[in-house]
Each structure stands twice: as C-alpha cells, then as structure tokens.
Design a protein around this ligand. Structure first.
Ligand code: ARG
Length: 481
C-alpha cells in the first residue's frame, strides 16, 4: 500500500478492506491528464505569485511532465485516488519539492477541477459525434426528399410523408441535444481552483491566471459551492439520457423497419448479426443494443440525483460516487452514436417497399376529405363521406387509388376527374408549408439544417481550442526569463 497524503494524524494503518473500499483510483485514473494539467497550472501560478521558489516550480513542472509522459499505472486500489498517485509519483521523481505542490489547494477543489475539464472535453467529443449523426441524417434526407412512405400515428398508417422528412425529425431532436450539450459546457466552464477544501485559501492566488492557463471562461463565485457542486454532471447526464432516448426511438424504428413485415430497410452485413441456431436470421442487434443501453444512461442520471439529494455543504465523500455512472454514461452514449450512425449510413433503404406501403392503406383518405373541403363541404361532413368510402373499400377489397370517378361520386357528387388516382406523391407535394413534408420543403430543411451544422462545427472548433494540453502548459516560458 502506498503512503497516505494524510497519515500524520493516524496511529494505525488503514484496514485492507477499508483501503479497497475507499480507493477511487481504478476509475478516477481516467482524470489523469486533467489532474496533471491542473497541477502544472497551479504550480506556475504559485511561482508567478512568489508563493513558491522558481527552483521548486521548475522541478514541479518538469516532474509533472515526466509523470505524464510515463502514463498512469494499471488500475489498482494501491492508490487512494488519482491525485494521490500523481503527487506520490512526483515525490519519487523530484523529491521534497513535490511537497510544495499542494500549497493552497485541496483534493476537493482539485477533483472538481479535474471533473470540469473532463466535462468540457467530453462535451466536445459528443457534440462531434452528434454532428456526424446529423450529417448522415441530412445526407439521407437529401437523397430521399421524394421517397414517399406512410407516416404513422398509433403505429397505424396515417398520411404519406417522404422519408427525408421522417429522418429530419430525428435531426431536430439531435439538434436540441446538441444545444443542451452546449449549455452544459457553459455551466462546466467555471474554475473551482482557489476554493481550497471549502473556505478559500489564505494565499494571494491569481485565479484569473489559472483560468487563462486552463482555458476556463469564468471563476467560481463561492468556495463552498465550488467544491460541492455537481450540477454540471447532472445536467450532462440529463442531456445524455435524453439523447440516449432519442437514439433509442430511432433504434426502435430500425428494428421495426428491418422486419419482413415492414421491409423498409436492410442493415449492411457489417452492422447486423446472425443466429446460432436459425441459419436464415439477420438480426438488428445494433439497434436493440442502442435501445437497451439507453436504460443504463437513464440509470446513471437517477444515481447522481439520488447521491446528491441528502448532502449538506460542502464536500462529502459521497461525491466520489459521481464518477462511475458519469463515465459509463459518457462512454455508452459515445458508442451508441458511433455505431448507430454507421449502421444508418450503410443501410440499404428499400424505397419500393416504402412506396408500396404509402399507396396501399388509405393513407390519402385525409387528402380526399380535403379535396371535398376545397369544393365547399364543411370538413366534418367531408370526413364522414370519406369514412363511408373507406368502409366500402374495405368490404370490397379496393384501394383508394384504384377507384374510378363514378365510384367516388357514390360518396359525394363534388368529386371530379382530378380526384381520381390521388397519389401519395401528390399528397406530400400539397403539404408545401415551412415544416411540411413536401419535397420542396424537405430540400429547404436540408439546406437550413446544414447551416446549423456549420455553426455548431465552428463552436466545436473554438471550444476544443480552449482545452489545455500538458505539453503546452509544460513548455510555457517562465516569467522574467
Ligand atoms: N477521490 C475523491 C473524490 O473523487 C477526491 C478527493 C477528496 N477526498 C477527500 N477525502 N476529501 O471525490
């Protein structure tokens, strides 16, 4: 077991079971890079403020760069946490100077810092992946701006839409997810360092300088809040849970559409799986797993809320329990975005099946009612007339598109020849309003979605640029040299 950062007050060693129980190193080692980056920034600021000697600052920064270059050891409960590991390794490399790094700092503001840096980086990665899914959807929407299919309510064929319109509906959901992630970034972009354990620190720190070095937009305004706030994690998990639910809904459609009953879609072999017993099977496991994994992400959100609800100010060790659910949710959503994106991009869309389904089930009944309304009939009466027509067609096993004028006229004398053969293509073309499914509108929606993607891509580049790197922080020149 490694020495404790806090051993001085204790007579007895920690029990092995307590060591294992208490250690967060196996999972918070994931914060290693951010811990080193934050430590270099802190050491540079201590030097600049004359709180530690230049000699010691040089040893600290050089040593931390070496700790970073060596990389972290395999996960083990031999270290209490990543902060202890970095400091202990530094001590082995540079000796006594390592003991000065923790001046004016606590693991409480340190872990808050590391987690906020992690969040900023994770949000960037996720925005990137959401953008890729949106790009796939927009590209498919452009190709399928005229591919008619049934739109559904109650999972019953309702009115024709084009596939592009259907896919852009998901693009809108992901756009809101993306904007929520940007909001999370704003709330995470706050420097907690300088809060100490809870009460602030009695040294003349330059917090603005540390914020500049680490690319933070703001300083925390209250030390008690700064060390105990995990709202940004909850918000991130909430944004991820909702994104996972959106992915799950899309996945559910992939499952349905891959069935023989729908037959709208065939997944590429690279994204499908088979059966160990039934040789004919080609299963949409990719979509089922996305649907299933959304439950884990929802669970992580609930775990964080439950962990926080009873905590008095300020830091409590319960907060250590934030990391596993958080990291799991971040990884799970990243994988789901990646594989579902690839599965969609490579799937074969069966447009002939879509068109057949759009034509074959009274999906244009509302259009016939609207036809009668344009001829002057009140909508309720038109609804009744077409209802009777559909009932007759069902008995006679006829489709609406096959009816002649004389047959239509049995249900209303207002029908004329232009009502014959009213097709799904005409039905969608008639819905030519902003937000509607007319191919015209879908092409416009594609163009405006692309503009939003460009804006978000620029945002992403700017935020990525603010993320610190250990290499850059270690290589900065020293003041007055
Ligand atoms: N490992 C702790 C956590 O993840 C950070 C260190 C604070 N520990 C402490 N005993 N005050 O929250």
């Amino acid at each position: 077991m490694s020495a404790k950062l806090w051993g001085g007050r204790f007579e007895k060693p920690t029990a092995p079971s307590m060591e294992a129980f208490s250690s967060s190193f196996p999972f918070d080692v994931r914060l290693f890079t951010w811990d080193v980056a934050g430590s270099i920034a802190h050491a540079r600021m201590l030097d600049r403020q004359g709180i530690i000697a230049r000699e010691d600052a040089r040893r600290l920064v050089g040593g931390l760069a070496r700790v970073y270059a060596e990389g972290p050891p395999p996960p083990s409960t031999a270290w209490e946490d990543v902060h202890s590991f970095v400091e202990q390794r530094l001590q082995e490399l540079v000796g006594e100077a390592a003991g000065r790094l923790h001046t004016a700092r606590s693991r409480n503001d340190q872990v808050a810092l590391d987690l906020r840096l992690f969040t900023r980086a994770a949000v960037c990665e996720q925005v990137d992946r959401v953008l890729q899914v949106q790009e796939t959807l927009v590209a498919l929407a452009e190709v399928h701006a005229e591919s008619v299919m049934p739109g559904y309510t109650h999972l019953q064929r309702a009115q024709p839409v084009v596939l592009g319109h259907h896919l852009l509906a998901y693009c809108e959901q992901f756009q809101r997810d993306l904007e929520r992630l940007q909001g999370v970034h704003t709330r995470a972009d706050v420097l907690p360092l300088g809060s100490g354990a809870l009460a602030g620190v009695p040294y003349p720190l330059d917090r603005v300088y540390v914020a500049e070095l680490l690319g933070f937009g703001q300083l925390s305004r209250n030390s008690l809040d700064a060390v105990s706030d995990r709202d940004f994690v909850v918000e991130h998990l909430a944004a991820l849970a909702l994104a996972a639910v959106h992915l799950s809904r899309l996945a559910e459609e992939v499952v349905l559409w891959s069935s023989a009953e729908f037959g709208f879609l065939e997944l590429d072999d690279a994204y499908a799986t088979g059966s160990s017993i039934m040789p004919q099977k080609k299963n949409p496991d990719v979509a089922e797993l996305v649907r299933g994994k959304s439950g884990r992400v929802i669970g992580s959100l609930v775990a964080l809320l439950a962990m926080l609800k009873g905590l008095p100010l300020a830091y409590n060790r319960d907060l250590q329990e934030d990391k596993e659910p958080y990291f799991d949710a971040v990884d799970t959503v990243a994988m789901c975005l990646e594989v579902l994106n690839a599965a969609l991009a490579t799937a074969d869309v069966r447009t002939e099946r879509l068109a057949a389904a759009a034509g074959g089930s009274f999906a244009t009944a509302t259009d016939l009612a609207d036809y009668l309304v344009r001829k002057g009939l009140p909508f309720r009466q038109a609804h009744g007339a077409i209802g009777a027509l559909v009932r007759w067609c069902t008995q006679e096993r006829r489709g609406l598109e096959q009816l002649g004028l004389d047959e239509l006229r049995r249900f209303s004398p207002l029908f004329e020849s232009d009502a014959v053969g009213l097709s799904p293509a005409r039905s969608v073309a008639d819905r030519d309003l902003p937000g509607g499914t007319a191919p015209n509108q879908v092409r416009r929606a594609v163009a405006s979605a692309r503009e939003r993607l460009e804006t978000a891509t620029a945002w992403l580049a700017a935020q990525r640029n603010t993320l610190p790197t250990v290499e850059r922080l270690a290589a900065l020149p020293w003041p007055d040299e």
